[in-house]
Structure formats: C-alpha cells, structure tokens
Write a protein that binds this ligand. Structure first.
Ligand code: HEC
Length: 197
C-alpha cells in the first residue's frame, strides 16, 4: 500500500514537472495562443518584412497578413553550388524544388482564416493538407513540426489568430512544380476534391 502511494506521489510530481515544462501558465487561451505564435515563429514567414534601422524586420502594420496580393514572382535564377531554395525580399514567398509558395494571410479577415473552423485549422496542421482535405501544404511551412503540438496548444494558436486584426490581402496562388519523375505537363498535386453544387 505504502509502495503504491509512493508511486502515485512520484507520478504526480513527474506530471507536474512535465506540465510546467510545457510553458508558463497563461490567464486565457488567447494569451497562451499569443505566446505560442510568438515562439513558433509564424511572424517570420506570414508577416511581410520591411527594411528597418537594424536590417529587415516584420512590418507589424501588416501583422500575419501574408504575401502581398498582386506580387506574384518569377522563379529566381539560383547560381552557385550548394544552394537549393530562395526567399523573397518580403520573406513571405519561397522558391525551391516544390515551385513557388506564398505564405497566406492568417489574420481574422475573410481573405485569411476568418471563414476557417477550429477543425479546419487542426486538420490542416496535423495532416499537412490544405484545410485538412485539399492539396499538400508545401515548404517551408513547418507543419510536420507543428503537427506534434497538443490539440490544446493548436486550439490556443487558432483562438489567438481569430483575434488578430483583420487585414484584407489575398496572397497569390502557389505556382507548384510537377513532382519529380512526373510526365511533362503533369499537375503538381492532386486536384482539390470537387465542391458539391
Ligand atoms: C518558414 C516559414 C513559415 C513559418 C515559420 C510558418 N509558416 Fe505557415 N505557411 C508558410 C507557407 C509558405 C505557406 C503556404 C504553403 C503552400 O502554399 O503549400 C504556409 C501556409 C500556412 C497555412 C495554410 C494551410 C492551408 O490549409 O492551406 C496556415 C493556416 C499557416 N501557414 C499557419 C501558420 C502558423 C499558425 C504558423 C506559426 C505557428 C506558421 N504558419 C508558420 C510558411 C510558414
């Protein structure tokens, strides 16, 4: 009996240690989401960069609004051995073997995640598919790493995103490269499931 009790106590204290390691206690889910978005680096790719006094920095007036509409780019000419991919001057567009991807708007606007449900968001991050059902989500969106977050943390991230001031900005569509070995003219990714009329 005493042994069993000791076991319970040890287990409980271990659990507390693990929970504490998951980050500081937050007053609300939104606060936890703000903290997570800060340490998970969403800003680095979803907020356009501008030149600041100390070099390129995220333009906080365009916080999380994605790659600017109408600024579709041509693939860069990458020369020199050892290079594989490149980032645009805004740090919101990326070119590599996958083609060109543009970080979308993830503010609460209708052109962002406004129409998304929490389920859409969790599924997208966990499956690496657009809205959890569509085409694969390509680099450099690090969904593989984020898919290991707890449901609770992903829900907190989504709750915070829903509070981010709406900015209207429809990022350009990705220009995806055909997969390696595909016949010429093949589509890069399976088409999104047909919408019911
Ligand atoms: C290293 C750059 C990078 C980082 C960091 C990053 N993203 Fe992304 N994200 C992208 C790119 C690029 C795309 C578009 C990929 C594509 O078109 O396939 C994207 C796509 C998305 C999408 C759209 C998914 C879909 O279903 O189409 C969401 C939502 C998203 N990111 C949220 C986030 C959140 C939240 C964070 C922080 C927790 C984050 N991203 C961090 C680059 C990044």
């Amino acid at each position: 009996m005493k042994r069993a009790l000791t076991f319970v106590v040890v287990t409980l204290s271990l659990t507390t240690t693990i929970l504490q390691a998951a980050g500081p206690q937050m007053a609300s889910t939104g606060d936890r989401g703000r903290y997570l978005v800060g340490i998970m680096g969403c800003n680095d790719c979803h907020t356009p960069f501008k030149m600041g006094p100390h070099g390129p920095e995220p333009d906080m007036a365009r916080f999380l609004s994605g790659h600017p509409a109408g600024m579709a780019l041509q693939p860069p000419k990458i020369s020199g051995e050892g290079w594989m991919w490149a980032g645009a001057v805004t740090n919101t567009a990326f070119s590599g073997p996958w083609g060109i991807t543009y970080a979308p708007n993830i503010t609460s606007d209708a052109t962002g995640i406004g129409p998304w449900t929490e389920e859409n968001f969790l599924k997208a991050i966990k499956t690496g598919k657009h809205l959890g059902v569509g085409r694969p989500i390509f680099p450099p969106m690090p969904w593989q790493a984020y898919s290991r977050a707890t449901d609770e943390d992903l829900k907190a991230v989504f709750a915070f995103l829903k509070t981010v001031p709406a900015i209207k900005n429809q990022a350009p569509e990705a220009q995806l490269a055909p997969p390696p070995g595909a016949p010429a003219g093949a589509a890069a990714a399976p088409p999104a499931p047909a919408k019911k009329k």
